[in-house]
Design a binder for this molecule. Sequence first.
Ligand code: SF4
Length: 551
Amino acid sequence: MFCFQCEQTAKNEGCTKQGVCGKTDDVAELQDLLIYAVKGLSLIAHEGRKAGIQEEAVNRFTSEAHFSTLTNVNFDRERFFRFINECVQLRDALKEKVKAKVKAKGGKVDFDHDAANFTPAETVEGMIEQGRKVGVLIPKDLNEDIRSLRELLTYGLKGIAAYADHARILGKSNPEVDTFMHKALAATLDDNLGADEYVGLVMECGQVNYKTMELLDAANTGAYGDPVPTKVPLGVKKGKAIIISGHDLLDLEQLLQQTEGKGIDIYTHGEMLPTHGYPKLKEKYSHFYGHFGTAWQNQKKEFDNIPAAILMTTNCIQRPAKTYQDRIFTTGLVGFPDMPHIPGTGKGKDFTPVIEKALELPGFPADEEKGHVMVGFGHKTVLSLADKVVGAVKNKDIRHFFLVGGCDGAKPGRNYYTEFVSKLPKDCVILTLACGKFRFFDMDLGDIGGIPRLLDVGQCNDAYSAIRIATALADAFNCGVNDLPLSMILSWYEQKACAILLTLLSLGIRDIRLGPSLPAFITPNILNVLVEKFNIMPISTPDEDLKAILG
Ligand code: SF4
Protein backbone atom coordinates (compact mmCIF):
# COMPACT_ATOMS: atom_id res chain seq x y z
CA MET A 1 0.00 0.00 0.00
CA PHE A 2 0.95 3.62 -0.32
CA CYS A 3 -1.24 6.38 1.05
CA PHE A 4 -0.33 9.97 1.87
CA GLN A 5 -3.70 11.63 1.66
CA CYS A 6 -3.91 12.88 5.26
CA GLU A 7 -1.85 14.92 7.67
CA GLN A 8 -0.89 12.04 9.98
CA THR A 9 0.72 9.99 7.21
CA ALA A 10 3.76 8.04 8.42
CA LYS A 11 6.96 10.14 8.70
CA ASN A 12 5.10 12.82 6.72
CA GLU A 13 5.99 10.72 3.66
CA GLY A 14 3.40 7.98 3.28
CA CYS A 15 1.84 4.96 5.00
CA THR A 16 3.28 1.84 3.43
CA LYS A 17 2.55 -1.12 5.70
CA GLN A 18 -0.52 -0.06 7.63
CA GLY A 19 -2.16 3.33 7.91
CA VAL A 20 -1.52 5.41 11.00
CA CYS A 21 -5.34 5.74 10.90
CA GLY A 22 -5.64 1.96 11.21
CA LYS A 23 -6.35 1.34 7.50
CA THR A 24 -5.01 -2.08 6.60
CA ASP A 25 -2.96 -2.85 3.52
CA ASP A 26 -5.84 -4.78 1.91
CA VAL A 27 -8.39 -2.00 2.47
CA ALA A 28 -5.91 0.54 1.07
CA GLU A 29 -5.51 -1.54 -2.11
CA LEU A 30 -9.28 -1.95 -2.46
CA GLN A 31 -9.72 1.81 -2.06
CA ASP A 32 -7.12 2.40 -4.77
CA LEU A 33 -8.99 0.03 -7.09
CA LEU A 34 -12.31 1.74 -6.30
CA ILE A 35 -10.86 5.18 -7.06
CA TYR A 36 -9.46 3.82 -10.32
CA ALA A 37 -12.86 2.34 -11.21
CA VAL A 38 -14.65 5.61 -10.34
CA LYS A 39 -12.21 7.46 -12.60
CA GLY A 40 -13.07 5.00 -15.41
CA LEU A 41 -16.78 5.57 -14.77
CA SER A 42 -16.16 9.33 -14.82
CA LEU A 43 -14.43 9.10 -18.19
CA ILE A 44 -17.63 7.64 -19.65
CA ALA A 45 -19.95 9.96 -17.70
CA HIS A 46 -17.98 12.95 -18.99
CA GLU A 47 -18.34 11.78 -22.61
CA GLY A 48 -21.96 10.87 -21.92
CA ARG A 49 -22.80 14.45 -20.95
CA LYS A 50 -21.42 15.67 -24.28
CA ALA A 51 -23.86 13.27 -25.95
CA GLY A 52 -26.75 14.44 -23.74
CA ILE A 53 -26.73 11.52 -21.29
CA GLN A 54 -26.45 12.06 -17.59
CA GLU A 55 -27.76 9.74 -14.90
CA GLU A 56 -28.62 10.51 -11.29
CA ALA A 57 -27.60 6.98 -10.20
CA VAL A 58 -24.11 7.61 -11.61
CA ASN A 59 -23.86 11.06 -10.01
CA ARG A 60 -24.95 9.75 -6.63
CA PHE A 61 -22.64 6.74 -6.80
CA THR A 62 -19.64 8.88 -7.77
CA SER A 63 -20.01 11.03 -4.63
CA GLU A 64 -20.74 8.10 -2.34
CA ALA A 65 -17.87 5.95 -3.58
CA HIS A 66 -15.34 8.78 -3.55
CA PHE A 67 -16.46 9.91 -0.07
CA SER A 68 -16.12 6.36 1.26
CA THR A 69 -12.34 6.50 0.66
CA LEU A 70 -11.86 9.66 2.74
CA THR A 71 -9.74 9.19 5.86
CA ASN A 72 -11.49 7.47 8.80
CA VAL A 73 -14.71 6.70 6.90
CA ASN A 74 -14.72 3.04 6.00
CA PHE A 75 -12.41 0.18 7.00
CA ASP A 76 -14.59 -2.68 5.76
CA ARG A 77 -13.13 -4.64 2.86
CA GLU A 78 -16.45 -6.34 2.02
CA ARG A 79 -18.01 -2.94 1.53
CA PHE A 80 -15.32 -1.95 -0.99
CA PHE A 81 -15.73 -5.28 -2.80
CA ARG A 82 -19.42 -4.44 -3.32
CA PHE A 83 -18.65 -0.81 -4.28
CA ILE A 84 -16.17 -1.90 -6.99
CA ASN A 85 -18.65 -4.37 -8.50
CA GLU A 86 -21.41 -1.76 -8.46
CA CYS A 87 -19.10 0.76 -10.09
CA VAL A 88 -18.22 -1.59 -12.94
CA GLN A 89 -21.88 -2.48 -13.51
CA LEU A 90 -22.82 1.21 -13.71
CA ARG A 91 -19.80 1.88 -15.93
CA ASP A 92 -20.58 -0.87 -18.43
CA ALA A 93 -24.28 -0.03 -18.66
CA LEU A 94 -23.50 3.65 -19.20
CA LYS A 95 -20.84 2.80 -21.77
CA GLU A 96 -23.35 0.92 -23.91
CA LYS A 97 -25.84 3.81 -23.74
CA VAL A 98 -23.23 6.42 -24.63
CA LYS A 99 -21.85 4.36 -27.52
CA ALA A 100 -25.36 3.77 -28.89
CA LYS A 101 -26.30 7.46 -28.64
CA VAL A 102 -23.11 8.59 -30.33
CA LYS A 103 -23.56 5.96 -33.06
CA ALA A 104 -27.18 7.07 -33.62
CA LYS A 105 -25.82 10.54 -34.29
CA GLY A 106 -23.42 9.11 -36.84
CA GLY A 107 -20.34 9.31 -34.63
CA LYS A 108 -18.07 6.86 -32.85
CA VAL A 109 -16.55 6.87 -29.40
CA ASP A 110 -13.96 4.51 -27.95
CA PHE A 111 -13.04 4.23 -24.32
CA ASP A 112 -9.67 2.58 -24.52
CA HIS A 113 -8.32 3.43 -21.07
CA ASP A 114 -8.01 0.34 -18.89
CA ALA A 115 -9.94 2.11 -16.07
CA ALA A 116 -12.97 2.12 -18.34
CA ASN A 117 -12.61 -1.53 -19.30
CA PHE A 118 -11.02 -3.71 -16.61
CA THR A 119 -12.91 -6.69 -15.31
CA PRO A 120 -12.91 -6.87 -11.52
CA ALA A 121 -11.63 -10.07 -9.93
CA GLU A 122 -14.26 -12.39 -8.50
CA THR A 123 -12.74 -12.45 -5.04
CA VAL A 124 -11.63 -9.84 -2.53
CA GLU A 125 -8.09 -11.23 -2.67
CA GLY A 126 -8.08 -10.90 -6.45
CA MET A 127 -9.23 -7.29 -6.24
CA ILE A 128 -6.51 -6.51 -3.71
CA GLU A 129 -3.95 -7.71 -6.26
CA GLN A 130 -5.57 -5.52 -8.93
CA GLY A 131 -5.43 -2.56 -6.55
CA ARG A 132 -1.64 -2.96 -6.22
CA LYS A 133 -1.29 -2.17 -9.93
CA VAL A 134 -3.26 1.10 -9.94
CA GLY A 135 -2.24 2.93 -6.75
CA VAL A 136 -0.92 6.43 -6.18
CA LEU A 137 2.67 5.57 -7.18
CA ILE A 138 1.64 4.03 -10.52
CA PRO A 139 2.97 4.77 -13.10
CA LYS A 140 6.37 4.86 -11.43
CA ASP A 141 7.92 7.13 -14.03
CA LEU A 142 5.23 9.84 -13.82
CA ASN A 143 6.59 13.35 -13.30
CA GLU A 144 6.35 13.97 -9.53
CA ASP A 145 4.76 17.41 -9.89
CA ILE A 146 2.04 15.97 -12.13
CA ARG A 147 1.49 13.17 -9.60
CA SER A 148 1.26 15.78 -6.85
CA LEU A 149 -1.31 17.85 -8.76
CA ARG A 150 -3.37 14.80 -9.70
CA GLU A 151 -3.49 13.73 -6.06
CA LEU A 152 -4.29 17.25 -4.84
CA LEU A 153 -7.18 17.28 -7.32
CA THR A 154 -8.34 13.82 -6.28
CA TYR A 155 -8.32 14.81 -2.58
CA GLY A 156 -10.10 18.10 -3.25
CA LEU A 157 -12.74 16.07 -5.09
CA LYS A 158 -13.11 13.80 -2.05
CA GLY A 159 -14.05 16.90 -0.06
CA ILE A 160 -16.57 17.92 -2.71
CA ALA A 161 -17.93 14.36 -2.76
CA ALA A 162 -18.53 14.48 1.00
CA TYR A 163 -20.40 17.79 0.91
CA ALA A 164 -22.34 16.85 -2.24
CA ASP A 165 -23.39 13.59 -0.59
CA HIS A 166 -24.66 15.38 2.53
CA ALA A 167 -26.60 17.85 0.40
CA ARG A 168 -28.07 15.08 -1.76
CA ILE A 169 -29.26 13.22 1.34
CA LEU A 170 -31.30 16.33 2.14
CA GLY A 171 -32.67 16.48 -1.40
CA LYS A 172 -30.31 19.06 -2.93
CA SER A 173 -27.98 18.54 -5.86
CA ASN A 174 -26.37 20.76 -8.46
CA PRO A 175 -25.61 19.43 -11.97
CA GLU A 176 -22.61 21.76 -12.15
CA VAL A 177 -21.02 19.93 -9.22
CA ASP A 178 -21.61 16.47 -10.71
CA THR A 179 -20.38 17.62 -14.12
CA PHE A 180 -17.15 18.96 -12.65
CA MET A 181 -16.55 15.83 -10.57
CA HIS A 182 -16.70 13.64 -13.65
CA LYS A 183 -14.65 16.01 -15.78
CA ALA A 184 -11.93 16.34 -13.15
CA LEU A 185 -11.80 12.65 -12.21
CA ALA A 186 -11.52 11.78 -15.90
CA ALA A 187 -8.75 14.39 -16.25
CA THR A 188 -6.61 12.57 -13.67
CA LEU A 189 -6.30 9.74 -16.24
CA ASP A 190 -5.25 12.03 -19.08
CA ASP A 191 -1.54 11.80 -19.89
CA ASN A 192 -1.80 14.72 -22.31
CA LEU A 193 -2.43 17.27 -19.57
CA GLY A 194 0.45 19.30 -18.18
CA ALA A 195 1.00 21.17 -14.94
CA ASP A 196 -0.78 24.34 -16.10
CA GLU A 197 -3.94 22.43 -16.99
CA TYR A 198 -3.90 20.62 -13.64
CA VAL A 199 -3.34 23.88 -11.72
CA GLY A 200 -6.39 25.25 -13.57
CA LEU A 201 -8.45 22.21 -12.56
CA VAL A 202 -7.27 22.47 -8.96
CA MET A 203 -8.43 26.10 -8.80
CA GLU A 204 -11.72 25.16 -10.44
CA CYS A 205 -12.05 22.44 -7.79
CA GLY A 206 -11.87 25.18 -5.14
CA GLN A 207 -14.59 27.20 -6.89
CA VAL A 208 -16.85 24.18 -7.28
CA ASN A 209 -16.32 23.27 -3.64
CA TYR A 210 -17.57 26.74 -2.68
CA LYS A 211 -20.74 26.06 -4.67
CA THR A 212 -21.07 22.65 -3.03
CA MET A 213 -20.75 24.11 0.46
CA GLU A 214 -23.32 26.75 -0.53
CA LEU A 215 -25.62 23.95 -1.66
CA LEU A 216 -25.16 22.12 1.64
CA ASP A 217 -25.75 25.32 3.61
CA ALA A 218 -29.05 25.75 1.73
CA ALA A 219 -29.92 22.09 2.39
CA ASN A 220 -29.17 22.32 6.12
CA THR A 221 -30.80 25.68 6.75
CA GLY A 222 -33.73 24.84 4.46
CA ALA A 223 -34.47 21.72 6.48
CA TYR A 224 -33.64 22.91 9.99
CA GLY A 225 -33.60 26.75 9.95
CA ASP A 226 -30.68 29.13 10.30
CA PRO A 227 -28.53 28.37 13.36
CA VAL A 228 -29.10 30.69 16.32
CA PRO A 229 -26.85 31.28 19.36
CA THR A 230 -27.39 28.34 21.67
CA LYS A 231 -25.91 27.31 25.01
CA VAL A 232 -24.83 23.65 24.98
CA PRO A 233 -24.06 21.77 28.22
CA LEU A 234 -20.81 19.78 28.25
CA GLY A 235 -21.64 17.62 31.26
CA VAL A 236 -24.04 14.66 31.46
CA LYS A 237 -27.47 14.08 32.91
CA LYS A 238 -28.34 10.99 34.95
CA GLY A 239 -30.01 8.48 32.66
CA LYS A 240 -29.91 6.47 29.44
CA ALA A 241 -28.08 8.04 26.55
CA ILE A 242 -27.08 7.82 22.89
CA ILE A 243 -24.08 9.69 21.57
CA ILE A 244 -24.19 10.60 17.89
CA SER A 245 -21.02 11.58 16.04
CA GLY A 246 -20.19 12.75 12.53
CA HIS A 247 -21.94 15.31 10.32
CA ASP A 248 -25.25 13.89 9.11
CA LEU A 249 -28.17 16.07 10.24
CA LEU A 250 -30.88 13.79 8.83
CA ASP A 251 -29.53 10.85 10.81
CA LEU A 252 -29.64 13.03 13.92
CA GLU A 253 -33.22 14.10 13.21
CA GLN A 254 -34.36 10.52 12.65
CA LEU A 255 -32.65 9.39 15.85
CA LEU A 256 -34.35 12.21 17.77
CA GLN A 257 -37.74 11.22 16.33
CA GLN A 258 -37.27 7.54 17.11
CA THR A 259 -36.11 8.13 20.70
CA GLU A 260 -38.90 10.57 21.63
CA GLY A 261 -40.63 9.51 24.83
CA LYS A 262 -38.26 6.59 25.40
CA GLY A 263 -36.35 8.11 28.32
CA ILE A 264 -33.08 8.43 26.36
CA ASP A 265 -31.08 11.65 26.16
CA ILE A 266 -29.26 12.41 22.91
CA TYR A 267 -25.75 13.87 23.05
CA THR A 268 -23.69 15.11 20.13
CA HIS A 269 -20.02 14.21 19.70
CA GLY A 270 -17.27 15.74 17.54
CA GLU A 271 -18.51 17.64 14.50
CA MET A 272 -22.18 17.17 15.54
CA LEU A 273 -21.78 19.89 18.20
CA PRO A 274 -23.01 22.81 16.03
CA THR A 275 -26.31 21.00 15.28
CA HIS A 276 -27.59 22.24 18.66
CA GLY A 277 -27.97 25.65 17.02
CA TYR A 278 -30.56 24.55 14.40
CA PRO A 279 -34.02 25.76 15.54
CA LYS A 280 -35.94 22.80 14.11
CA LEU A 281 -33.76 20.36 16.03
CA LYS A 282 -33.20 22.14 19.32
CA GLU A 283 -36.76 23.46 19.81
CA LYS A 284 -38.60 20.33 18.82
CA TYR A 285 -36.87 17.68 20.89
CA SER A 286 -36.54 18.19 24.64
CA HIS A 287 -34.31 15.10 24.97
CA PHE A 288 -31.68 16.65 22.63
CA TYR A 289 -29.53 17.42 25.63
CA GLY A 290 -25.86 18.34 25.28
CA HIS A 291 -22.43 17.59 23.88
CA PHE A 292 -20.17 14.74 24.95
CA GLY A 293 -16.38 14.70 24.63
CA THR A 294 -14.07 16.53 22.29
CA ALA A 295 -12.52 15.79 18.90
CA TRP A 296 -12.45 12.50 17.00
CA GLN A 297 -8.92 11.44 17.98
CA ASN A 298 -9.90 11.26 21.66
CA GLN A 299 -12.75 8.79 21.13
CA LYS A 300 -10.92 5.73 22.49
CA LYS A 301 -10.30 7.48 25.79
CA GLU A 302 -13.65 9.23 25.99
CA PHE A 303 -15.80 6.21 24.99
CA ASP A 304 -13.94 3.88 27.36
CA ASN A 305 -16.59 1.88 29.28
CA ILE A 306 -19.22 4.45 28.41
CA PRO A 307 -22.67 3.39 29.72
CA ALA A 308 -24.35 4.64 26.52
CA ALA A 309 -24.79 3.61 22.88
CA ILE A 310 -22.75 5.37 20.17
CA LEU A 311 -23.71 6.05 16.55
CA MET A 312 -21.06 7.09 14.00
CA THR A 313 -22.68 8.80 11.02
CA THR A 314 -19.86 9.97 8.73
CA ASN A 315 -16.12 10.08 8.94
CA CYS A 316 -14.01 10.14 12.10
CA ILE A 317 -14.32 6.51 13.24
CA GLN A 318 -11.32 4.78 14.83
CA ARG A 319 -10.81 1.11 15.64
CA PRO A 320 -12.95 0.67 18.75
CA ALA A 321 -11.45 -0.51 22.04
CA LYS A 322 -12.86 -3.68 23.60
CA THR A 323 -14.46 -1.58 26.33
CA TYR A 324 -17.09 -0.17 23.98
CA GLN A 325 -17.07 -2.32 20.84
CA ASP A 326 -20.37 -3.94 21.89
CA ARG A 327 -22.19 -0.59 21.92
CA ILE A 328 -20.94 1.29 18.87
CA PHE A 329 -22.84 1.33 15.54
CA THR A 330 -22.14 2.72 12.07
CA THR A 331 -24.49 4.07 9.43
CA GLY A 332 -24.29 5.71 6.00
CA LEU A 333 -20.89 5.39 4.35
CA VAL A 334 -19.09 4.63 7.60
CA GLY A 335 -18.02 1.06 8.11
CA PHE A 336 -15.84 -1.08 10.31
CA PRO A 337 -15.50 -4.89 10.07
CA ASP A 338 -17.89 -6.75 12.40
CA MET A 339 -19.45 -3.54 13.69
CA PRO A 340 -23.27 -3.47 13.48
CA HIS A 341 -24.38 -1.21 10.63
CA ILE A 342 -27.72 0.60 10.35
CA PRO A 343 -28.58 0.24 6.65
CA GLY A 344 -30.19 2.72 4.30
CA THR A 345 -29.54 6.15 2.89
CA GLY A 346 -31.38 9.30 3.85
CA LYS A 347 -34.90 8.93 5.17
CA GLY A 348 -36.40 5.68 6.44
CA LYS A 349 -33.54 4.40 8.58
CA ASP A 350 -34.43 2.23 11.54
CA PHE A 351 -32.28 2.95 14.57
CA THR A 352 -33.98 0.29 16.77
CA PRO A 353 -30.73 -1.66 17.43
CA VAL A 354 -29.03 1.52 18.73
CA ILE A 355 -32.06 2.40 20.87
CA GLU A 356 -32.32 -1.13 22.29
CA LYS A 357 -28.62 -1.05 23.17
CA ALA A 358 -29.02 2.30 24.96
CA LEU A 359 -31.97 0.91 26.95
CA GLU A 360 -29.99 -2.21 27.84
CA LEU A 361 -27.02 -0.19 29.16
CA PRO A 362 -27.22 1.47 32.60
CA GLY A 363 -26.86 5.06 31.37
CA PHE A 364 -25.01 7.82 33.22
CA PRO A 365 -25.29 7.19 36.97
CA ALA A 366 -25.49 10.83 38.06
CA ASP A 367 -25.60 14.38 36.81
CA GLU A 368 -22.17 15.81 36.07
CA GLU A 369 -21.68 19.55 35.56
CA LYS A 370 -18.89 20.55 33.14
CA GLY A 371 -19.96 24.00 32.03
CA HIS A 372 -21.22 24.87 28.59
CA VAL A 373 -20.23 26.31 25.21
CA MET A 374 -22.05 28.56 22.77
CA VAL A 375 -22.75 27.53 19.16
CA GLY A 376 -24.89 28.94 16.37
CA PHE A 377 -22.90 31.78 14.87
CA GLY A 378 -23.58 31.05 11.21
CA HIS A 379 -23.54 33.77 8.58
CA LYS A 380 -27.15 34.91 9.21
CA THR A 381 -26.52 35.50 12.93
CA VAL A 382 -23.11 37.13 12.54
CA LEU A 383 -24.26 39.32 9.67
CA SER A 384 -27.22 40.48 11.75
CA LEU A 385 -24.55 41.95 14.05
CA ALA A 386 -22.67 43.54 11.13
CA ASP A 387 -23.40 47.17 12.07
CA LYS A 388 -22.28 46.55 15.64
CA VAL A 389 -19.12 44.78 14.43
CA VAL A 390 -18.24 47.52 11.92
CA GLY A 391 -18.81 50.14 14.63
CA ALA A 392 -16.56 48.25 17.05
CA VAL A 393 -13.77 48.11 14.44
CA LYS A 394 -14.13 51.81 13.62
CA ASN A 395 -14.02 52.67 17.36
CA LYS A 396 -10.91 50.47 17.67
CA ASP A 397 -12.70 48.23 20.20
CA ILE A 398 -11.96 45.34 17.82
CA ARG A 399 -8.40 45.36 16.48
CA HIS A 400 -8.27 42.16 14.49
CA PHE A 401 -10.27 39.05 13.49
CA PHE A 402 -8.75 35.59 13.41
CA LEU A 403 -10.24 32.58 11.69
CA VAL A 404 -8.73 29.74 13.70
CA GLY A 405 -10.22 26.50 12.49
CA GLY A 406 -9.95 23.29 10.53
CA CYS A 407 -9.41 19.74 11.63
CA ASP A 408 -8.12 18.38 14.89
CA GLY A 409 -5.72 15.45 15.08
CA ALA A 410 -3.40 13.52 17.34
CA LYS A 411 -0.08 15.29 16.73
CA PRO A 412 1.37 17.13 19.76
CA GLY A 413 2.15 20.15 17.52
CA ARG A 414 -1.57 20.94 17.50
CA ASN A 415 -1.20 22.52 20.95
CA TYR A 416 -0.12 25.51 18.87
CA TYR A 417 -3.78 26.36 18.28
CA THR A 418 -4.68 26.28 22.00
CA GLU A 419 -1.72 28.45 22.85
CA PHE A 420 -2.35 30.80 19.94
CA VAL A 421 -5.94 31.50 20.98
CA SER A 422 -5.09 31.85 24.66
CA LYS A 423 -2.42 34.45 23.79
CA LEU A 424 -4.64 36.65 21.65
CA PRO A 425 -5.08 40.19 22.99
CA LYS A 426 -8.51 40.99 24.39
CA ASP A 427 -9.39 43.28 21.47
CA CYS A 428 -9.33 40.38 18.99
CA VAL A 429 -12.30 38.27 17.85
CA ILE A 430 -11.95 34.61 16.90
CA LEU A 431 -14.14 32.89 14.33
CA THR A 432 -13.83 29.12 14.47
CA LEU A 433 -15.23 26.06 12.74
CA ALA A 434 -14.78 22.30 12.36
CA CYS A 435 -13.24 20.05 14.98
CA GLY A 436 -10.02 22.09 15.30
CA LYS A 437 -12.04 24.23 17.72
CA PHE A 438 -11.89 21.51 20.38
CA ARG A 439 -8.41 22.80 21.16
CA PHE A 440 -10.00 25.91 22.72
CA PHE A 441 -13.81 25.65 22.43
CA ASP A 442 -14.41 25.73 26.19
CA MET A 443 -12.22 28.76 26.96
CA ASP A 444 -14.16 31.65 28.46
CA LEU A 445 -12.96 34.52 26.28
CA GLY A 446 -15.68 37.02 27.19
CA ASP A 447 -17.07 39.60 24.80
CA ILE A 448 -16.38 43.00 23.24
CA GLY A 449 -19.37 45.28 23.77
CA GLY A 450 -21.74 42.32 23.65
CA ILE A 451 -20.03 40.64 20.65
CA PRO A 452 -18.68 37.26 21.85
CA ARG A 453 -14.92 37.00 21.28
CA LEU A 454 -15.25 33.34 20.26
CA LEU A 455 -17.80 32.73 17.50
CA ASP A 456 -18.44 29.09 16.56
CA VAL A 457 -19.47 29.22 12.91
CA GLY A 458 -20.19 25.48 12.69
CA GLN A 459 -18.97 22.26 11.05
CA CYS A 460 -16.15 22.11 8.48
CA ASN A 461 -18.59 22.66 5.61
CA ASP A 462 -19.66 25.89 7.31
CA ALA A 463 -16.41 27.38 6.00
CA TYR A 464 -18.99 28.69 3.53
CA SER A 465 -20.47 30.77 6.37
CA ALA A 466 -17.04 32.06 7.38
CA ILE A 467 -16.36 33.15 3.79
CA ARG A 468 -19.77 34.88 3.60
CA ILE A 469 -18.93 36.73 6.82
CA ALA A 470 -15.50 37.77 5.51
CA THR A 471 -16.85 39.00 2.18
CA ALA A 472 -19.68 40.93 3.90
CA LEU A 473 -17.14 42.61 6.18
CA ALA A 474 -15.01 43.47 3.16
CA ASP A 475 -18.08 45.02 1.50
CA ALA A 476 -18.87 46.99 4.66
CA PHE A 477 -15.33 48.38 4.74
CA ASN A 478 -15.26 48.83 0.97
CA CYS A 479 -12.11 46.75 0.57
CA GLY A 480 -11.04 43.24 -0.44
CA VAL A 481 -10.92 40.28 1.99
CA ASN A 482 -7.10 40.45 1.90
CA ASP A 483 -7.25 44.07 3.11
CA LEU A 484 -9.39 43.29 6.15
CA PRO A 485 -7.90 43.08 9.64
CA LEU A 486 -8.41 39.30 9.33
CA SER A 487 -5.89 36.45 9.50
CA MET A 488 -6.52 32.78 8.78
CA ILE A 489 -4.75 30.26 10.98
CA LEU A 490 -5.82 26.86 9.73
CA SER A 491 -5.25 23.27 10.74
CA TRP A 492 -5.75 20.41 8.34
CA TYR A 493 -6.07 16.67 8.68
CA GLU A 494 -8.14 15.07 5.94
CA GLN A 495 -9.38 15.73 2.43
CA LYS A 496 -12.36 17.99 3.20
CA ALA A 497 -9.77 20.44 4.51
CA CYS A 498 -7.96 20.18 1.14
CA ALA A 499 -11.17 21.17 -0.66
CA ILE A 500 -11.72 24.13 1.70
CA LEU A 501 -8.14 25.28 1.30
CA LEU A 502 -8.53 25.17 -2.48
CA THR A 503 -11.72 27.23 -2.13
CA LEU A 504 -9.90 29.90 -0.15
CA LEU A 505 -7.07 29.98 -2.68
CA SER A 506 -9.47 30.09 -5.62
CA LEU A 507 -11.05 33.18 -4.01
CA GLY A 508 -7.60 34.79 -4.03
CA ILE A 509 -7.17 34.74 -0.24
CA ARG A 510 -3.52 35.21 0.71
CA ASP A 511 -1.29 34.84 3.75
CA ILE A 512 -2.97 31.70 5.14
CA ARG A 513 -0.97 30.02 7.88
CA LEU A 514 -1.32 26.23 7.70
CA GLY A 515 -0.34 23.53 10.17
CA PRO A 516 0.60 21.45 11.95
CA SER A 517 2.64 20.24 8.95
CA LEU A 518 2.37 20.76 5.22
CA PRO A 519 0.84 18.01 3.05
CA ALA A 520 3.26 15.23 2.07
CA PHE A 521 1.67 15.03 -1.39
CA ILE A 522 2.70 18.57 -2.29
CA THR A 523 6.10 18.59 -4.03
CA PRO A 524 8.56 21.45 -3.44
CA ASN A 525 7.80 22.86 -6.91
CA ILE A 526 4.05 22.92 -6.34
CA LEU A 527 4.58 24.42 -2.90
CA ASN A 528 6.67 27.18 -4.48
CA VAL A 529 3.80 27.98 -6.84
CA LEU A 530 1.40 28.26 -3.89
CA VAL A 531 3.82 30.40 -1.91
CA GLU A 532 4.51 32.73 -4.82
CA LYS A 533 0.87 33.12 -5.76
CA PHE A 534 -0.81 33.10 -2.36
CA ASN A 535 1.94 33.57 0.22
CA ILE A 536 0.67 30.48 2.02
CA MET A 537 3.00 29.63 4.91
CA PRO A 538 3.47 27.05 7.64
CA ILE A 539 2.63 27.98 11.23
CA SER A 540 5.71 28.74 13.34
CA THR A 541 5.23 29.47 17.05
CA PRO A 542 2.23 31.33 18.48
CA ASP A 543 4.47 34.20 19.66
CA GLU A 544 6.27 34.59 16.33
CA ASP A 545 3.05 34.39 14.30
CA LEU A 546 1.24 36.84 16.56
CA LYS A 547 4.12 39.27 16.34
CA ALA A 548 4.18 38.99 12.55
CA ILE A 549 0.43 39.60 12.31
CA LEU A 550 -0.20 42.20 15.01
CA GLY A 551 3.24 43.78 15.17
S1 SF4 B 1 -5.54 8.02 5.44
FE1 SF4 B 1 -3.75 8.98 6.38
S2 SF4 B 1 -3.13 7.66 8.09
FE2 SF4 B 1 -4.60 6.51 6.82
S3 SF4 B 1 -3.30 5.35 5.45
FE3 SF4 B 1 -3.76 7.26 4.37
S4 SF4 B 1 -2.13 8.70 4.91
FE4 SF4 B 1 -2.00 6.97 6.33
